[in-house]
Design a protein around this ligand. Sequence first.
Ligand SMILES: NC(=O)c1ccc[n+]([C@@H]2O[C@H](COP(=O)([O-])OP(=O)(O)OC[C@H]3O[C@@H](n4cnc5c(N)ncnc54)[C@H](OP(=O)(O)O)[C@@H]3O)[C@@H](O)[C@H]2O)c1
Length: 338
Amino acid sequence: VALKQQRIELARVPRGIPVEEDFRLVEAEVPEPAEGQFLGRVVYLSLDPYLRSAIAGRHPGHDACRPGDLVPGRAVAEVVRSRHPALSSGDFVLVASGWQEYCLSDGAGVRRIEEEGAPLSAYLGVLGMPGLTAWAGVTQLLRPRAAETVVVSAATGPVGGTAGQIAKRLGCRVVGIAGSAAKCAHAVAEFAFDACVNHKEQGFRAELAAACPDRIAAYFDNVGGAVLEAVISELGLNGRIALCGLIDQYNTGVPYALPLAPVIAKRARLMGLVVYDYESRYAEFLGQALGWLREGRLRYLEDRAQGLAAAPLAFRRLMSGQNFGKSLVVVGEERRLE
Ligand SMILES: NC(=O)c1ccc[n+]([C@@H]2O[C@H](COP(=O)([O-])OP(=O)(O)OC[C@H]3O[C@@H](n4cnc5c(N)ncnc54)[C@H](OP(=O)(O)O)[C@@H]3O)[C@@H](O)[C@H]2O)c1
């Protein structure tokens, strides 16, 4: 008898912020790997802002999802059956699994997690793609000097939290921007940011100015929109901006009309960041990040949902800014029970 699993399909094309009704939990057979393939058991499913654009067909490499399609996503999975030459049962991998309990893969784009001493889930956040994004944006694009003021938005997320901590390690004054008082308190108390201001408060612009008395030398932008506009108005001359994400417009696809005159007046430099350009630097980044993590000098926060069925709600929370830390779904047991 074929084993059954749960998977989540798109039920209808989401409009704006995705809601639970846009998704459907269905039962499916656990597939058998063919020669050259392996079967992965999903342990941690990663929820990432780019998935909203991917579902809409606005992210490179993703066709728009139609009703009935498996929802895309990456995960930490355990290889449970292998006919792949380089992977064996018991290996843990990062794989484009989609929102399901078991996935087939031919190994393309798969990375085996070999390093010991860090939790597996960290490979979706601080030690994974978001961490590499943060590292690349700070050390390769912004290149801040000690004592410069660096501002980071979405400050408690896996990209922002990591970017701010790396800038702190370089001796910068780091000011976070986040969407609640609790997030701001966390950025200061746990990530050792010098200050953090709430972009949802009335006095946001004045608070940002007060937190950056020497003006802003470098900005790691995760959100775009009104927050980016506010930061540009506090930018110092020759300020640098790494444009990493525009979550402000992922739900709608409608671009924000950013006034460009201040960019000229400040002689600002805007740099687009695409993490895939830095894949070849992953080992270098991971070596540093693992060291900092083990020494307790790099911290991270996770927002965990339990069980595959919880993924749609968790995704809605992420896409409306309600997540508090790296958003992930615990789909299966971390270790085999046998
Ligand atoms: N360029 C690249 O290669 C690359 C790679 C990875 C990630 N990214 C981008 O980096 C950004 C952060 O990713 P992450 O994984 O670390 O996510 P994250 O910070 O955990 O989650 C997104 C955060 O964005 C803020 N937010 C949500 N909706 C918003 C809205 N409508 N307007 C303003 N802010 C909103 C919220 O934080 P607050 O409540 O604190 O505002 C929310 O918690 C995303 O934009 C992502 O697409 C880019």
